[in-house]
Write a protein that binds this ligand. Structure first.
Ligand code: PLP
Length: 257
């Protein structure tokens, strides 16, 4: 499933790529009988330098996803003035507790909540800076050792603890599907997340609100939309192929948070 995406450099490039992805999202929504506004596109800008991100912003991006908090923080610092503090950041990758302070400081959204101790650390830091944070509970739906996220059977007990952390505004659930050319196996991951969400709506309806699903990336977002995604996190199809293989950016590989 290695597709070569051309690098986007100019505002025009970004407008073009965003339009292409937008068209596919719209088509996937239509095919699934879903309204277009049920799905949010989160552009994922990891590894892309600030100079190019300004062009993505000029093309319409208002919130960007990053999987490493240090990189996200650097970009936030370097871009906030020129963007009038209007550009928002979503941290979507695994976070160590000792970095909770950074996320609390600048992120609008955190999609990889996967432990009580991390929730505690985030709550404490958010109180100190008097901020709230939108969070998604990350679930490991592929049963791969290398993936972060709660095991499906631990989700219920985890949700029980979240009312203790009122500055965490729970939006729903996030997952990374298995990396596979076999779309049935990918689909199974998305289905599992949806089932977990459907169950949580019954058991923890007040806590999880509308229970959104963040799932789907460049290679599988159309499938994710068919399975109910509300947020698709798309990097390479917008910014161009990354230099290193995905394994470099994911847990288990060198260089994760
Ligand atoms: C990088 C990343 C994505 C986007 O992947 P692409 O292949 O660039 O679309 C989505 N989610 C997470 C957690 C990521 O780290």
């Amino acid at each position: 499933m290695t597709i070569n995406y051309a690098a986007a450099e100019t505002v025009e490039d970004f407008k073009h790529n965003l339009a292409v992805v937008e068209e596919k999202i719209a088509a996937a929504c239509k095919a699934a009988g879903r309204a277009r506004d049920e799905v949010r596109l989160l552009p994922v800008s990891k590894t892309v330098p600030e100079e190019r991100l300004f062009n993505a912003v000029a093309a319409g991006a208002t919130r960007l996803g990053e999987n490493k908090v240090q990189e996200a923080k650097r970009k936030w610092q370097n871009m906030r003035e020129a963007t009038n503090d209007q550009l928002e950041w979503a941290v979507i990758g695994h976070l160590q507790r000792n970095k909770a302070k950074d996320v609390a400081e600048f992120a609008a959204e955190f999609q990889a909540l996967d432990s009580v101790r991390l929730a505690e650390a985030l709550q404490r830091r958010l109180e100190m800076v008097e901020r709230d944070l939108e969070v998604y509970v990350q679930v490991n739906t592929s049963a791969e050792e290398s993936k972060f996220g709660l095991d499906p059977q631990d989700v219920d007990a985890f949700l029980d603890t979240l009312p203790n952390y009122p500055n965490l505004k729970v939006q729903g659930f996030m997952t990374l599907a298995i990396f596979s050319d076999d779309s049935d196996r990918v689909r199974t991951c998305f289905e599992l997340l949806r089932q977990i969400r459907d169950r949580a709506l019954l058991t923890h309806g007040d806590l999880i609100g509308s229970g959104l699903l963040s799932m789907g990336m460049s290679g599988d977002y159309e499938l994710a939309i068919a399975e109910g995604a509300n947020c698709v996190r798309v990097g390479q199809a917008i910014f161009g192929s990354r230099k290193y293989p995905d394994s470099y950016y994911w847990p288990g590989a060198a260089g994760t948070n």
